[in-house]
Design a protein around this ligand. Sequence first.
Ligand code: SPV
Ligand code: MN
Length: 618
Amino acid sequence: MPDGARKKLAALNNRHVEDIIAEYTALCRPDKITLVTDDPEERARIRQIALEKGEEKALSVAGHTVHYDGFFDQGRDKACTKVLVPEGQSLSPRINTLDRKTGLAELHQLMNGIMRGKEMFVRFFCLGPGGSAFAIPAMQITDSAYVAHSEDLLYRSGYAEFHKLQGSDHFFHFIHSAGALDEDGVARNVAQRRVYIDLVANRVFTINNQYAGNSVGLKKLALRLAINQANQSDWLAEHMFLMGVHPVAKERTTYFAGAFPSACGKTSTAMIPGQTIIGDDIAYLKAWSDGTCHAVNIESGIFGIISDVNPIDDPLIYKCLTTPRELIFSNVLVNDGRPYWLGMGMPTPARGTNHSGAWFEGKKDDEGKLIPLAHKNARYTMRLSELENLDPQAENPDGVPISAIIYGGRDSDTNPPIVQAFGWEHGVFIGATLESETTAATLGQEGQRTFAPMANLDFIVVPLGLYLANHFKFGKRLNKPPLVFGTNYFLKDEHGRFLNEKTDKKAWILWAEARVHGEYGAVATPIGWIPRYADLQTLFDTTLHKPYSRTDYARQFEIRLDRLLEKLARIEKMYAAESAPPTLGEQIAAQRSRLLQWRADFGRERLNPLEIEQAVAE
Ligand code: SPV
Ligand code: MN
C-alpha cells in the first residue's frame, strides 16, 4: 500500500477496516491499492482511471461517458445470488441460500489472486445523510474503476463517517472483482459470477460481473444487509422511491413512498411532471418520535432505465441525458460519440457499438435472435442534484414524513389502476400479495407473472413471515400510519392493449394525495376504496388537460371478481409454504369473504363500477 493510502487508513483508527483491507489484499493480490477519501480531487481521479483503463469511454457531450457490461451480464443475476446461511438455518423457500462454510470456501478459491495485475480501490460511503439516525457507513473494495465511479455518482461520500465510528465495526462492507477483463474492459468470466451475501459479517462478495445491480455494493447488496438489520430492530428497508406530491393550485407538499418491482414505473412515478423527487430506488423508514413515519433516500443518484426516455414522456431526464454533466451511459448504442437507445423518440443509426461489440441493423446473437440497437435494460447513472425537480428536503437528516405508501406491480389482468387499502393491515396485505410480470432488469424470461411481495422479494434475506410481521408491527408504532394504495399502470383489455396512457399515473397519484387530506369520497369495493368517476374526471381535466370518459372509467375500474379470486388462490398457495403471521391469514380470509359476498349479491363475475351502489362519501 502506498504511504499516502497507509496514512489515510491509519487516520481512521479502525482495526476492523484495516483487517478487512489486509485480508482481501492478501487473498485477491492486487498490484496496487488506491484508497479514496471525501476529497473531490481524489474522487474525480477515479473517473479518470475508468477512462484510462477503458472501462468507460468519453462521449462527445462534456462529462458523458459510456460503459459496457458483458453480453450475458445485462441484468441482476438471481440464480447466482445467494444468502450464506449457517448450518441448520433456513429462510423461505423462495430465497436462494447456500451453506455459509461451503460458500465462503468456494469464494476463497475463486477470489484467490483475482485482482492480479489490477488496481484495488477502497472507498468509503454513507447510506443516508451523514450523521442522521438512518445513516449506515459502508466500505467498498473493488477492482473496477467503473463501479467506484458509479458509486461516486450514486452515494454520499463517507470517509468522514468512518472517522465518527471511532473504531467500531458498525458498517457494511462489499468486496467486488470484475475478474478477468477482455480487450474492451468487459468482464470475461461471467459464467463464474457469484453474489454471496454474508449476513453474519455484514458483508457481500460479488465477483466476475460488472452490471451495477450485481456489482455496486451500496445498491441492492446493501439493501439486503439493511433488510436483515431492519428486521432485527424496528424499522423498514424498502425498494421504494420517495417523492413530494404537489396538488394543483394548493400550497402543500405531501410525501409518498412507493414500491414497484424493477422496470415497472418507479422512477417515472417519482419523476411525474410537477412533483419533486427525493429518491427512485431504496428508502429506509422509521417510526419517528412524533408518531409519524419518516423516510430517507439512502442514495444520492439515479441508476435509471434509459429505454423509452424521450422528450415527451420524461422531459427532465431527457434534458440531463443530452446536456453537459457527469453522467455514465451503460449498454447503449454509440455512433460517432453520440448515445442512442430504444424509444428515444428520434431516428437512430443503423450501426455503431453496443453491448454486443460492433453492431449493425440485423445483427443476430448465437441463438439467431436479433440484437436490438441497445439493451432494454440499458441505463444512465447520474447525481440526483442534477435534477431541477429535486425536493428541497432530499438531504434533511430527519428524512420526510410519509403520508402514503404505494405498492405497484405489472399486472395485465387483475387489479384496477388505483385502490386504497382499508387501513394499515389491509395495506400490508396489498403489499404482501403483489404480483408482477418479469422484466429485462433481471436475467431470464420476460413477461412471466411472479409473486413480488412489497416489490422487495429479490432482496429479502430473512424469512418472509418475519419480514411481514415487521411491517404489521411497524404500523402499530405509529399514531398515524401512512395511507396505503395499490397501483397498476399495466392493465390491458382483452386484445392486449393497455387501458391507460403512461401519463395517467399523475391522476392516480393526485387522487391518492387528496385522499390523504380527506378531499374526495371513494367507492368501497371488496379490494379497497376506488375513486369516484366525477373526481377522476375533474383530475384528468385539471392536471392532464384531457377528457376522461365514463367508458374509460368503467373498463379500468371494473371489479374482476373472477381474476381477484384466482389471484387469492395463488397467493394462499404461496404463503402455505411460509410461516406467515396470522394477521396476513386474517386479511386473506376477509378479502375472500368480501369477494364471495359480492359474487353472491350481484350474481356476476365482473362489476361495472358505475353501477356499484355503495358509493360512500367519506
Ligand atoms: C433494479 O433492478 O431494481 C434496479 C437496478 O434498481 S439494479 O438493482 O441496480 O439492478
Ligand atoms: Mn430497483
